[in-house]
Design a binder for this molecule. Structure first.
Ligand SMILES: C[S@@+](CC[C@H](N)C(=O)[O-])C[C@H]1O[C@@H](n2cnc3c(N)ncnc32)[C@H](O)[C@@H]1O
Length: 313
């Protein structure tokens, strides 16, 4: 069967997780279940796979795909920011490996009808979890010009944030901005007409910023990283794939901190703070897709994977 999302760095992910057949693994962003299926194939009769996604459609699609696991599968809708409770409620204290494949899925972009794509005319929603209180349209039509500019700057690193915010506020005085295409055209009008071939749509950063704000993505990631050390057993691996520098910076800094937690001044002859390393990074440099994978699956081009292993507790 054809699934709507091609998993990125598939072999690298299963290798990095260093799967033991009787282990317990958590795919915190199951999406269409591509990574999960590959993990499942390496599990034995006593292994377990737990899957989470904020998007109920993902739980539905992946649940069917992974049904062959029977009792060895637990799948639920929820955020990885609540991973500790998700595991505790199921009587699980520590697991052998956790995967986070951040961002959005091809299903969300192309089939969800929720306005994630700037090239489709869809309601400007952008919620991964339809129960979240605020849509992108609410934000675009109600936030002040200053708030909008701050969101675009902070979550999109958009240089024209001020101009785009001004344009949005002017436009909504005429009529509310309700679709993804309306917003995309508005943003495009702020940019000079490009000569030659433009690499990215001018609304790319605006759409990223709004999606991050609507789904509170960075706070969710920080909260997950705070919980993680207590949930992995010794030798357990965390594998995280990020798709933009804001996410990757958070992951990179946290992994460095786990590996070098000492807070003593650099001129101290030896450590007196007593903070011991909690994780060891498996590769100091991030792992990226090769040119063949990018040619096959252009969405993989911005992927950056980092892996760390839990040390003794
Ligand atoms: C890149 S896709 C994952 C694709 C998946 N690895 C596969 O092979 O099909 C990212 C998924 O993460 C989910 N997601 C994003 N933030 C989340 C969060 N805080 N908690 C749980 N799922 C989240 C999205 O709904 C989306 O389905």
């Amino acid at each position: 069967m054809d699934y709507p999302h091609e998993p990125v760095l598939l072999h690298e992910v299963t290798r990095a997780l260093s799967i033991v057949p009787e282990g317990i693994y958590v795919d915190c962003t199951v999406g269409s279940g591509g990574h999960s299926e590959a993990i499942a194939r390496e599990l034995g009769a006593d292994g377990k796979l737990l899957c989470l996604d904020r998007d109920p459609d993902a739980v539905d699609i992946a649940g069917k795909r992974l049904a062959f696991l029977g009792q060895r599968l637990i799948i639920a809708q929820g955020s990885f920011a609540d991973l500790r409770d998700f595991l505790l409620e199921r009587g699980i204290e520590r697991v052998h490996g956790v995967l986070l494949d951040l961002g959005m899925s091809s299903y969300q972009l192309e089939k969800s009808g929720r306005g994630f794509s700037f090239s489709r005319k869809e309601p400007l929603d952008m919620r991964m979890d339809p129960d979240l209180p605020q849509t992108a349209s609410d934000l675009v039509n109600n936030a002040s010009r200053q708030e909008l500019a701050a969101i675009l700057r902070k979550f999109g690193e958009e240089k024209r944030a001020g101009l785009i915010a001004k344009k949005i506020v002017q436009a909504r005085e005429e009529s509310l901005i309700r679709t993804s295409l309306e917003l995309a055209e508005l943003v495009r009008s702020v940019f000079p007409v490009s000569r030659g071939k433009r690499m990215r749509h001018p609304a790319t950063k605006t759409f990223q910023a709004l999606r991050i704000a609507v789904n509170n993505e960075l706070e969710q990631l920080v909260s997950f990283l705070e919980q993680l050390p207590a949930l992995l057993r010794q030798g357990g691996r965390i594998v995280i794939i990020s798709y933009h520098s804001l996410e990757d910076r958070i992951v990179k800094r946290q992994m460095e901190k786990w590996e070098h937690p000492c807070t003593c001044p650099p001129d101290f002859p030896r450590c007196v703070c007593g903070n011991k390393p909690v994780f060891e990074r498996i590769t100091k440099r991030p792992i990226r897709p090769d040119t063949m994978e990018i040619a096959r699956n252009p969405r993989a081009r911005s992927a950056v994977m980092r892996v760390a292993e839990r040390l003794s507790q």
